[in-house]
Design a protein around this ligand. Structure first.
Ligand SMILES: Nc1ncnc2c1ncn2[C@@H]1O[C@H](COP(=O)(O)OP(=O)(O)OP(=O)(O)O)[C@@H](O)[C@H]1O
Ligand SMILES: CC(C)(CO)[C@@H](O)C(=O)NCCC(=O)O
Ligand SMILES: [K+]
Length: 256
């Protein structure tokens, strides 16, 4: 079975793929200090809790945090007796082209999203991923990643507002009923929620105009369902787009 690991700047997700479906998905915070032994204790404990007996014999990793890859490699080697496939490394082949400025290191999560989006929906896509950053990945008609947009993540924006202004509390994002807030929290929620709705609509419209062609918009990431309530820009919502992309890349590299 395949262990797919998606390591973001905030959270790291492990999913077990049996070739047909994901048996389980486990989430932990991303910390580069975490050792292979610590990962394994956590992993084993939760698998036992869920009653899953998985024989892992392959590992595929996407990591936006280079430092964590070392311990994940040790985990694969020591506990699963295999060499992991790491997206973005020269020995990991992608089924799509990457057409960006020479020397640019595209985030592996964006490449994986591109592969997944093209596999599920074909080309001419905008993929919006609400993670630590909010990213827009633009996929050409032939599946190539051709660039995109990086905006500050929703929770990051709220955190920055709280840290920079003494009178502004820490709050979570929700959808306010009205735009005009009549107290501090409502004002902040409005700024972030409706501000991001404007950002989503504006950027997608401008990308479509710049490309001059019809494009489908796919939303993914923890906050996508919330923003779906404020915009009709999204054609599709995919819960586990990155995980799907990791399985596609694993298959592609098996094929010789
Ligand atoms: N209503 C909500 N308010 C705040 N956060 C939410 C809400 N719904 C979901 N989330 C957050 O979404 C996150 C899951 O999103 P996702 O895995 O896409 O990104 P991330 O883990 O935050 O970022 P990264 O992948 O960059 O590490 C969870 O951490 C959860 O806290
Ligand atoms: C933008 C993030 C942080 C989103 O996870 C990640 O994809 C990343 O670190 N990217 C590197 C720069 C780039 O993608 O162009
Ligand atoms: K993510």
């Amino acid at each position: 079975m395949l262990l797919a690991i998606d390591c973001g700047n905030t959270n790291t997700v492990f999913s077990i793929w049996d070739g047909t479906r994901f048996l389980c998905t486990l989430r932990t915070s991303t910390e580069h200090q975490r050792t292979a032994d610590q990962y394994f204790v956590w992993f084993k404990t939760l698998l036992a809790h869920h009653g899953i007996d998985a024989k892992i014999n392959a590992v595929v990793i996407s990591s936006t945090v280079p430092r964590v890859v070392f311990n994940l490699r040790v985990l694969s080697d020591r506990y699963f007796n295999c060499r992991p496939l790491v997206v973005g490394k020269p020995d990991c082949r992608l089924p799509v082209d990457v057409r960006v400025d020479a020397g640019t290191q595209v985030g592996p999560d964006r490449l994986v999203n591109t592969v997944a989006g093209y596999d599920l929906y074909g080309g001419d896509l905008i993929i919006v991923d609400f993670g630590t950053a909010t990213t827009f990945d633009v996929v050409d008609h032939d599946g190539a990643y051709i660039g995109g947009v990086i905006a500050p993540g929703v929770n990051l924006s709220l955190q920055a507002l709280h840290e920079a202004a003494a009178a502004l509390p820490h709050i979570d994002v929700t959808k306010p009923d009205r735009v005009i807030g009549t107290n501090t929290v409502d004002c902040m929620q409005s700024g972030v929620f409706w501000g991001y709705v404007g950002l989503i609509d504006g950027i997608c419209e401008r990308i479509k105009a710049e490309r001059g062609r019809a494009m489908k918009v796919i939303a993914t990431g923890g906050l996508a369902p919330l923003f779906q309530q404020g915009t009709d820009m999204f054609d599709m919502f995919e819960d586990d787009l990155t995980m799907h992309g990791l399985t596609v890349i694993h298959e592609h590299n098996k094929e010789g």
